[in-house]
Design a protein around this ligand. Structure first.
Ligand code: SAM
Length: 360
């Protein structure tokens, strides 16, 4: 762990440490530099793809990207089925952790939302830059209780073994923050190593930029979830301009845990209009909030709740599957002022009135 530096001394003596406080220290440092020095530091970071080697770069990284990464992580955390964070025996693995931003935002999230942070029994930080990793360890040490065991793994992803990833805890939360698009490691190899570890219950939280449908870096993001083969329980993509502060965003949650939530299952029949084909397709039986029905037409997927329907999927994006979480959006018709709720799997929605849905 980083020791005997001014920064470590300072950090260890600030009460109630949080990522918010770490961001504000970085902001004070960077704002006091001449603008041309800040610009130079920013360029050195090359948007976070190269290994960080100097202390000013560490501060600049948090100053430049802290708010954005935090917002994406919080978007994902907000969509984790709530009972999962109540597991009593959680291990966290933060891959390509950098300064452990994802681990820190998770700590803030637990505290702000009244989850018991002592449920997190171990933090595992994986990062090839030793300098960055020892700072990550310092931060994790200051944000997590003494009961949380912190382990560092100073390795490139391709060098990870299943022994590195071994966990004895009942739930493993895998954090992939702004790392899946880094092209310097093999996704196949990583997915195999994770699968060999045979965890009982797992949750994967993956966030990063959104590069657009046909970008190779975006494909890595989606390919990884295919390799793992777990159910997607949340998936959201935003192009720049569609979300906060002109940031793009990819956020995805995968899991092998069956959420212990009571869904009201409606027995329904009716018609949906396919987003792509525009044709009407008969459907029956679906559920609430999670897609339970896949309509026969292979391009069309459906979700129904009470009197409102529907959605399509974005071409080029992974197709919605049974079990996907859908997003709830309010709509209002500009034509006749009708209002309602639409459920969207991947950004695009289409509202239909169509056939009334009958409850059994
Ligand atoms: C964009 S940063 C993301 C850091 C952190 N996860 C976050 O959200 O702030 C990418 C990180 O991946 C690390 N990295 C780069 N190549 C890697 C590799 N082949 N294996 C593991 N980590 C790598 C870098 O050192 C850097 O810390």
């Amino acid at each position: 762990m980083e020791q005997d530096t001014c920064h470590s001394l300072k950090i260890q003596h600030i009460p109630d440490m949080s990522f918010q406080k770490i961001k504000s220290i970085a902001k004070n440092f960077c704002r006091n530099l001449p603008e041309y020095v800040r610009d130079e530091l920013y360029e050195q970071l090359e948007r976070g793809c190269d290994l960080i080697t100097t202390e000013p770069q560490l501060q600049q990284y948090i100053y430049s990207f802290g708010n954005m990464h935090e917002a994406k992580l919080n978007l994902a955390f907000d969509n984790v089925p709530k009972e999962i964070f109540d597991y009593k025996d959680i291990a966290v693995i933060d891959y390509g952790c950098g300064q452990a931003m994802a681990t820190m935002v998770l700590a803030d999230y637990f505290k702000e939302n009244n989850y018991n942070i002592e449920n997190i029994k171990s933090i595992n930080l994986i990062e090839p830059s030793f300098r960055v990793l020892e700072r990550a360890e310092l931060y994790a040490y200051c944000l997590y209780p003494q009961t949380t065991k912190i382990k560092t793994i100073n390795k490139f992803m391709d060098d990870l073994t299943k022994e590195d990833l071994y966990q004895e805890h009942s739930l493993v939360i895998h954090l992939f923050s702004n790392i899946l698009d880094v092209e310097s490691f093999s996704l196949e190899q990583l997915a195999d190593t994770i699968k060999e570890s045979k965890y009982q219950s797992e949750l994967f939280i993956c966030v990063g930029p959104y590069f657009g449908e046909f970008s190779e870096r975006q494909e890595r993001f989606d390919y990884f979830s295919e390799l793992l083969g777990y159910k997607t329980i949340f998936s959201q993509y935003y192009l720049k301009g569609e979300w906060q502060n002109n940031w793009s965003c990819s956020a995805k949650i995968l899991s092998n845990i069956r959420p212990n939530i009571e869904f009201e299952t409606l027995s329904v029949s009716g018609k949906i209009k396919g987003f792509r084909s525009g044709s009407l397709t008969h459907f029956e039986k679906t559920g609430k909030f999670y897609i339970r029905a896949v309509v026969e037409d292979t391009n069309e997927y459906g979700e129904v709740k009470e009197d409102i329907v529907f959605l399509g999927w974005k071409e080029g994006a992974r197709r919605p599957q049974i079990g996907d979480r859908v997003q709830k959006t309010r709509w209002k018709s500009l034509d006749d002022g009708r209002e309602g709720i639409a459920y969207t799997a991947l950004c695009l929605s289409e509202i239909l009135d169509e056939t009334p849905i009958e409850r059994e």
